[in-house]
Design a protein around this ligand. Sequence first.
Ligand code: PEP
Ligand code: MG
Length: 587
Amino acid sequence: MSFDERKNIILEGVAAAPGIKIGRAYYFDKKVFRAVKLEIEDAELAVKQFREALDKSKRELQKILDLAVDKLGKDRVLIFEAQIMILDDPVLIETIETRIREEKMAPAYIVEDEISKYQQLMMKSDDAYMRERANDVEDIKNRIIRNLRREKWKSKVPEKRIIVAESLTPSDTVLFAKRHAEAFVTDFGGLTSHTAILARSLNIPAVVGLHDATIEIVDNDLLIVDGFYGRVYVNPDETIIAKYQRKIEKLHEVEEDLKRITKEKITTTDGVAVNVLGNLDVEDELKFMISNNAEGIGLVRTEQLFSEHEFLPSEEVQFEYYLKIAEKMYPKNVVIRVFDVGGDKVLPIDVKESNPFLGWRGIRFLLDNKLQFEDQLKAILRASSKGNLKIMLPMVTAMDEVLDTISLLEKCKKDLRAASIPFDENIELGIMVEVPAAAVLIPKLAKHIKFISLGTNDLIQYLLAVDRTNEIVAELYQEFHPSVVQTINHIVENAEKSGLDVTICGELAADTLATPLLVGLGLKALSVSAISIPYIKRIVKNLSYADAKALAEKALLADTHDEVAALLKEFEKEHGLDFESIIFEED
Ligand code: PEP
Ligand code: MG
């Protein structure tokens, strides 16, 4: 194809990481090493070569891990640790070595065969995440085979280019980030692929799942990557380039605006104060809480401690973690949610439940394991002496759960007093409202608690009877279902009447389309992931409470999810609140 025929091609894929970049393509043709079925003479020599290749692969991965820690922080590098763990797996090593000795076949062939078995098992998983991870294992296989062939590791690539590849492994992605890659463009991959996850964390625009990007694009082509809309322009003409240059300028302006807003304490245009707090999932996010000026932490998901420590982490380990958060956020408040195990989260004990979401989860598990629950309560109490911690219970469905927790909390306080350990005597206790039963019981529960937080992720699944992790019914998981809108309204009204503070910490709070509705329904505190804080503040700042209230009243009368969604979209357009439409106003 001539260059002229290859002008102005537009490719559509999955918008995997936001941002816009104009730059030159670097076609990353990844060499795949295929192993041949070769017989060998000296099995012991082959085993030795295999061990050397394994060691070399481990050293390479360790380098990538160090780089990833540097770029992403230590909590975001599990995938690389997992790859190293596979290389350390004694069963896998033993099996490969035994097969080399018994079958007298080339190690590369045995490695390919054995690791492919691993991959096939992962491919068969019901879990989409697990299936994506099968691609990551390909990287390990290729790495060992390359090292067996003593081929060099090609880690030097040009700087500041748009990387075009069939697919990228996590390690490729990190290496390219080190070379200041401008954007990623791939044939394969979806939103949960590691290229996508890492690109978002690294703040590098990415479009994945383009199918034939590697056919349409050649090295050095001029590309525009639009990570908002999942579009790639190949050799665009001057008018498109000029249009995108304007969009990039506009994007910078909006980003500057967001930085300014982040520093402000915001109200609606008619003076109603709305607090934007943060949800803390991993410790590394603390720095973003501070830089994005979170007005407190509305939810600390303590389950995160399990991935770093043994189950259950000791009182001491927990105390240090909670104290660090309390001190870093002081004098702002921090709500520590006690372990929400079970459901789709780790359950420390190996039990098979046919329906884990309706099973041994959250407060139910903790009250059945009182010694561990006491450890956690004491750790929180000990970290509370400055007075800025609160305790929140997950998955509450009944009054007894709250009363039993209060008894246990009193016992912990008594023990601490006896040991002269200081703590906040008035520490507040609250609950997640994430099960319809709790929503109904608010006026009764209110006698024993000080605050509630709306966990809409679970509330929606329990209200609509739709498993939040089941792809088959994903379309039925409707955040704007009229029963969801009405239940939120019911909760806020009842909580206010009962004198409870109300926050929302489910993902709905971070959806900018939903912000006017939530504010209109009377929510005055929204807790969202740290990176979403500026976006939510921007909406609130440009919103009139009176308009939001009128919108909520209309939404409460709607009959269907689509009707509510249409109302919200119309509102967003009418009031110029949509972030993307500002940048894409010419589209
Ligand atoms: C929720 O259910 O909305 C919530 C915030 O908790 P999690 O997502 O941790 O279950
Ligand atoms: Mg929940």
